[in-house]
Design a protein around this ligand. Structure first.
Ligand SMILES: [Zn+2]
Length: 269
């Protein structure tokens, strides 16, 4: 279904195509699925070889440097909110951590008709979240997150809480997530750290009837659907920095030292 000259973005997971998960369209569950940038080299280059089915067409209105982040930063948010949390119109969605994934999760939750509460500790990211659809914002550095969310939800807690922080602090953040989850609410864990546990009182889990959901990456179909939302102008890829390919190390250094809003993109020109 591709012709020379087609504009495409690339689903980065080379799934096997034959296992039960692949046949179900759950490429992100496939155990034989090396990913560009992880198990496969070649992402930082002018040309790369990809499976035809992984090339998702984009319209001429979507610049390549924006389309580049759709399959990861945006489709991951899509998979978590649409496929996993099954977010409904009018629900309250709390997004904790406004990094590259978080800022797109805020946008998508808003597009889905949810009321969005966005939380971070960096003022610029909080301000950006407001411009991308957050109805309420909380600065966790100066405000008590649990108290504020409970106030904003009339004491009942949020329908969906998306944890997008990860790293060393993830156990503490997850503790707070349970405190702001309504009865029967869904906790979506997107941020993580190896060796860091999620602990929950089993009695509270039962009486709270909580759903704890792990989510990773996206399916190919999620990318196709996310591309449509971008083409329709409903979602805007947030790319705050672009670097020339030859300056890739500078980009990686920036990512480590002070990650900018959204994503950084490398361009070969
Ligand atoms: Zn497979």
């Amino acid at each position: 279904n591709l012709s020379a000259g087609d504009r495409v973005t690339v689903y980065p997971t080379r799934s096997c195509g034959f296992c039960n998960y692949c046949r179900l369209g759950l490429e992100n569950y496939c155990s034989d699925a090396p990913r560009t940038g992880f198990e496969l080299d070649g992402g930082f280059s002018e040309y790369m070889k990809v499976l035809g089915r992984n090339a998702v067409k984009i319209s001429s209105d979507v610049p390549f440097e924006l389309a580049a982040i759709i399959p990861d930063a945006m489709a991951t948010a899509y998979h978590s909110l649409v496929q996993k949390a099954k977010t409904q119109v009018g629900e309250t969605v709390v997004v904790i951590g406004l990094g590259g994934l978080g800022i797109h999760t805020v946008q998508l939750a808003s597009v889905l008709g949810a009321r969005v509460i966005a939380i971070d500790v960096v003022p610029e990211k909080i301000t950006a979240a407001q411009s991308y659809g957050a109805d309420e914002v909380i600065n966790a550095a100066s405000e008590d997150t649990v108290t504020r969310v409970m106030e904003l939800t009339g004491g009942s807690g949020a329908d969906v809480v998306v944890e997008g922080v990860g790293g060393e602090v993830v156990p503490r953040v997850l503790d707070d997530c349970f405190k702001i989850l309504r009865l029967g609410g869904r906790l979506v864990v997107m941020g993580y750290a190896y060796g860091k546990d999620l602990t929950v009182d089993t009695a509270q889990l039962i009486y709270g009837q909580w759903n704890v959901i792990g989510t990773r990456a996206s399916t190919l179909q999620d990318v196709v659907e996310t591309v449509k939302l971008v083409e329709q102008g409903l979602l805007k890829p947030v790319v705050s920095k672009t670097f020339n390919l030859v300056d890739a190390n500078d980009a990686l250094q920036m990512l480590q030292d002070s990650p900018p809003l959204g994503r950084i993109v490398l361009t070969p020109f």
